[in-house]
Design a protein around this ligand. Structure first.
Ligand code: PEP
Ligand code: MN
Length: 651
């Protein structure tokens, strides 16, 4: 049962309730949610909820009706986010675990780790004890494989996941493995579940070959009730009559589980389809269906793999797939997890974002311009998985100042919108402040909603507030209400704030749906933007030299050209000669120098470079080469690299 405690319960009462439950042979977990604190109590013997209800400090008692208790949504309203050495599964992110089916030798796993890390995986998989159908097939390297896996993971900063097939192996795995995997064949090996659960470490629980969703959740219950809180469910295909694929991937399990359980859900399309070329489309489908992550088999040379070669991706296939996932993720409101390597003493990057100072963990502070509920705030929460503290400031310049004076470690600035074009002010800001640099980028889908106070309807509205962009991007919807007055505000969030303060059912704001609860407004209509393909690209800025961007594939520079005929033409030629693929060129007037311009150039990875790890170096070299050539030609003046960072393509 779930016991919701009174908001201002006294400590003695809390303790008394706990003791009462424990005396009745119930195990008690205290869960502090956003709104309430609850005791989740489970046990073999049932007690009468009325006996609990009458205890002082109890607000209400909700019996859990499902056979599985701790795994159920009734037990815990908020989604569980499992944190594996800084890599999170659950929340807003899509977390990709990749690696070979089995660790075959040291070289193979080292190479696998390098290739998957370069392409964006944040965790490494590899089996050391393989539950093979045939006793004559490769059974895995055992304890040696476990050690190789750890070494490879450490070399690339990847936590490691490894299947455990017998509790006997716990001693040789304990110091090496971050996430234990319970394989499909062992899903109902209850003795194994109890022993692994008791380790209190994260566990990936694969769905059994012919297990129903309820049986699967009951298996999760074994793990949870034995001592771990961190169970990740993994759909890996089930047996059906279909023979075209190895198993049938049950993607509907994702939304079904989402309502039944708070546990994170990942998908393993490799074992589901069993055919390499069918894996990437199913990975994309899983992300679209709301999976929190993927576990994918990738092998440096699948044709010589000792197990599951036919379903293992070539590294290039995996790389392409990761790029596709980057494109898809913002459409479904998610951000792909990334690794990043911190420079000593500076802030950590995107996968782990608390920094230790003075012995206490404090969240990273990321500044933005706008009020609570602004799209930039959404971008920060997406990028940092809700863990950074978003610092609202009045304007873009203040954001930069906050980064420079250390009030914030980084700042999120909008740079362009797919419908409205560039945010010129921020291009100018990037040029003006030469001790900041771009360290990352976030693209979010802009979905506007019409918000109003409780009781308002589309019929009561007569005026609509929003930022000019918000009004322009919803003009087709607004055209249906020709009598509405349009009133511009500084930002979409200030529009929402205004509507809240006026308490007038004739007013509405166009803003993000996320602003509704913040300003106590209701959504009259969601998705009112003209085009659903409406994205805003934000750049993440930090003080120069504070963050190392892992796996960069993109650079931004600014430059001016000599005032002579053909100078721009020749300058562009230098980019081409050095293999730099210009993806955007923007010009802005130089203040105080009429008719002279500064050019902003974005460029992607030089041609022919497939590994993004070397791309940063290549871009740097190409730029240096370009500058050398330029010494003779003299066409480019004042080049400054704004940042070399990782970019996700949106098409
Ligand atoms: C594996 O992940 O290598 C594996 C054996 O998977 P499953 O248990 O899903 O068959
Ligand atoms: Mn396998």
């Amino acid at each position: 049962m779930v016991i919701v405690l009174d908001k201002n319960i006294r400590n003695e009462d809390k303790q008394r309730i706990k003791t009462f439950l424990e005396k009745n042979s119930l195990r008690v977990n205290e869960i502090t949610g956003e709104e309430d604190t609850i005791f989740a109590a489970v046990g073999k013997v049932g007690i009468d909820p009325r006996d609990v209800e009458i205890l002082p400090g109890v607000h209400s008692v909700i019996p859990i009706t499902k056979a599985y208790k701790m795994a159920s949504r009734e037990f815990k309203k908020d989604n569980t986010v499992v944190n594996i050495r800084g890599v999170k599964i659950g929340g807003n992110r899509v977390t990709v675990i990749a690696g070979p089916c089995a660790v075959e030798n040291r070289e193979q796993i080292m190479e696998s780790a390098a290739r998957v890390a370069e392409s964006g995986a944040v965790m490494l998989r590899g089996g050391a004890y393989k539950p093979r159908t045939s006793p004559y097939a490769f059974q895995g390297l055992g304890a040696e494989g476990v050690r190789f896996l750890r070494e490879a993971g450490d070399a690339w900063g990847l936590p490691v996941a490894c299947e455990i097939v017998s509790a006997e192996h716990i001693p040789e795995m304990l110091d090496y493995i971050d996430v234990y995997q319970i394989g499909a064949r062992n899903m109902q090996n209850f003795e194994l579940l109890k022993k692994v659960g008791a380790l209190g470490k994260p566990v990936i629980l694969k769905r059994g070959l012919s297990a129903t969703i309820e049986e699967w959740l009951m298996a999760a219950e074994y793990l949870l009730s034995s001592g771990t809180e961190d169970v990740i469910l993994c759909e890996r295909g089930i047996r059906t009559y279909e023979k075209a694929t190895r198993n049938t991937l049950d993607l509907s399990a994702i939304p079904v589980l989402r309502s039944l359980t708070h546990l994170p859900i990942i998908v393993d399309p490799s074992h589901a389809v069993g055919i390499r070329d069918k894996v990437p489309p199913m990975c994309l489908a899983a992300v679209a269906a709301g999976a929190d992550g993927l576990i994918v088999e990738v092998h440096p040379t699948p044709d010589t793999a000792l197990s599951d070669g036919a379903q293992s991706l070539y590294p290039v296939q995996f790389e392409k797939m990761m790029r596709d996932i980057e494109v898809l993720a913002p459409v479904v409101g998610r951000e792909v997890s990334h690794r990043s390597i911190p420079r000593a003493g500076s802030i950590r990057g995107t996968t782990s974002i608390t920094r230790k100072s003075g012995g206490t963990d404090t969240p990273l502070v990321c500044a933005y311009s706008g009020g609570r509920g602004a799209y930039a705030e959404q971008a920060i929460h997406r990028y940092y998985d809700d863990e950074a503290e978003a610092l609202p400031l009045n304007n873009f310049r203040e954001v930069i100042r906050a980064v420079l004076d250390g009030r914030a470690e980084c700042g999120m600035l909008p740079i362009e919108n797919s419908l409205a074009g560039s945010v010129y002010e921020n291009y100018d800001n990037l040029a003006r402040y030469d001790d900041i640099e771009i360290v990352g980028e976030a693209t979010i889908r802009i979905e506007h909603s019409l918000l109003a106070v409780k009781g308002a309807t589309l019929d009561t509205i007569t005026s609509v507030y929003s930022h000019s962009q918000g009004l322009a991007q919803c003009d087709e919807f607004l055209a249906r209400y020709p009598n509405w007055k349009h009133i511009e505000t500084n930002s979409t969030s200030s529009a929402a704030k205004l509507v809240e303060s006026e308490k007038d059912p004739t007013r509405a704001a166009i803003a993000s749906d996320l602003a509704a609860p913040i300003y106590h407004l209701e959504t009259l209509k969601a998705g009112i933007e003209n085009s659903p393909r409406n994205y805003t690209r934000f750049v993440l800025i930090a003080r120069t030299g504070e963050i190392i961007c892992e796996a960069p594939n993109h650079a931004s520079i600014i430059f001016t050209v000599a005032n002579q005929p053909g100078a721009l033409h020749s300058a562009l030629g230098l980019f081409m000669k050095n293999g730099l693929n210009l993806t955007k060129l923007e010009s802005r007037p130089i203040q105080g120098e009429p008719w002279r311009y500064v050019f902003y150039a974005n460029m992607s990875l030089p041609e022919g470079v497939s590994s993004s790890v070397v791309a940063g170096e290549r871009i740097r070299n190409a730029l240096a080469e370009m500058q050398k050539m330029n010494q003779d030609a003299g066409v480019i003046q004042g080049v400054r690299i704004l940042g070399i960072y990782s970019v996700k393509e949106i098409s």
